[in-house]
Every structure is written in C-alpha cells, then in structure tokens.
Design a protein around this ligand. Structure first.
Ligand SMILES: [Ca+2]
Ligand SMILES: [Ca+2]
Ligand SMILES: [Ca+2]
Ligand SMILES: [Ca+2]
Length: 243
C-alpha cells in the first residue's frame, strides 16, 4: 500500500486533468525534506519549508500556550496544588495565614501579619514555642483583649525576665499586657485568673492612681497600672500550633 501511495503522489502531477490533492497528508509526502513516519507517510518533523508545515507549527504553538501555566507571568501569588510541591518542601504547604501555624513551611508563624481591625498590621514574633503579635493600633485595654481573642490569641502573659526583655525589643511604645485588677482591687491577675509569678513593677507602682486597673509594659521594661480606657498599642500571645 505504501508503494502504491508513493506512486500516486509522484505521478499525479503529470496526469492530464488530474486535480492535485492539497490536503495536509497528501501534500507533505517527501517533498519538503522533513522526516516522515514510515507507516503513514505523514511528516512527523514539520518545518517552515511549506505552508502546510507552517500551519502545523502554528497549531503546536497554540497547544504549547495552552499547556504552559502562566500564573507567574502575571505576578499573581501562585499557590501550588497539593499534588505538586517542588524541592524538599514538605507536601501540603500553603499560603501563610493568621492561624498560629507555619502554613508555608518557612519556620515562621503568621509572619504575613494578623488583622486586628481591617489590616494585617499586627507583626508576629516568636520566642520558644510561643508566637506574639505586636499591634500598632491604639486601643482601650478591653478592646485590645478582644482584638487578640478575635484572631485566636490572648493579651500577653509575661512569666519571666527573658520574656519581658524580648517583648521590649518589639513594642513601639508603652503597650497593654494581660495583667489587671479589674475584679478585685490590688489583686492583679492574668486573663486566666492566675496571679503573676514574675513582676516588673516600676518604683511606686502599682499605685491605683484615680482607679487604675490595667497594666502597661513600658519600653523601659517596667510595669505601671494605668487607666483601662486609655488608648495604647498592645501585645497578643499564643502557643504555636503544629502544622
Ligand atoms: Ca510561615
Ligand atoms: Ca499561619
Ligand atoms: Ca487597681
Ligand atoms: Ca499606676
């Protein structure tokens, strides 16, 4: 059959009155020097030597365009599907979100920020197995407490001089911590009701000046009971959760 086809293709132009078939397979033959499939005679390596090859190349280019993922070309965040994770990154990594977990597997928890209010402007820091949010909004103590709780954290509890010193390096100014004597005057407790095992009161504090019941961590490392209705930056804390 192949022999017969070749004969037809070679002799057809010389036959009087014969209409040449210019469909892709018949026209390719061996005329353009491209490699032909031995069984079908179809050109398997089209080049630009003929108009038909050019059409095929256009078709392949279109297929390539469809096959190529283009998310990076547009600068969009590209979330890898679970089935494809490059390099040594553990499977299942995702975009970082505010959830006390290291979603994107880079060793940092909630580093994309947490929103207390409308923007993710509370900056995350880590100490041991805890993560802290330093929030720049100036809020009343109760609003600070509720803001932390709203993102799964709690207004910070400070248990040691090391923790106190670490937080000082992060805060932009005097900031609310969880300690308060709102329920019983001069009995200061953390949010979980426990009394402090470590304190860093400034000289003369707490003094309950005009009824102060909430505690500020000063940038000098010292604590001061202050008016709960004043607006201050604040610090949230939470245990890091496993991925
Ligand atoms: Ca992370
Ligand atoms: Ca996270
Ligand atoms: Ca008080
Ligand atoms: Ca005071």
């Amino acid at each position: 059959m192949r022999v017969a086809l070749v004969i037809v293709l070679v002799t057809a132009p010389t036959l009087p009155g014969c209409v040449i078939d210019r469909s892709p397979i018949a026209a390719e033959g061996a005329s353009d020097g491209g490699a032909d499939d031995r069984d079908t005679g179809q050109d398997t390596h089209p080049d630009a030597a003929s108009a038909d090859d050019a059409e095929l190349l256009d078709a392949f280019a279109t297929l390539d365009a469809w096959d190529e993922p283009d998310a990076h070309a547009h600068g969009d965040a590209y979330v890898l599907p679970d089935a494809f994770v490059p390099g040594d990154a553990p499977a299942g990594c995702a975009a970082e979100s505010c959830n006390r977990r290291d979603d994107d597997c880079d060793g940092l928890v909630d580093e994309s920020g947490c929103a207390v209010g409308s923007e993710a402007d509370c900056a995350a820091h880590q100490l041991g197995d805890h993560v802290y949010l330093v929030c720049p909004q100036l809020l009343r103590w109760t609003a600070s407490r509720d803001g932390c709780a709203g993102v799964g954290y709690a207004l910070v509890t400070i248990d040691s001089a090391e923790e106190n010193t670490a937080i000082i390096d992060w805060i932009p100014g005097d900031s609310w911590i969880g300690l308060n004597d709102r329920n019983e005057e001069d009995r200061f407790v953390w949010l979980d009701g426990t009394e402090p095992t470590f304190t860093s009161w400034a000289d003369g504090e707490p003094n309950n000046f005009f009824g102060e019941d909430c505690t500020l961590l000063r940038t000098t490392k010292e604590w001061n009971d202050s008016n709960c209705d004043d607006g201050h930056t604040f610090v949230c804390e939470a245990e890091i959760l496993p991925r």
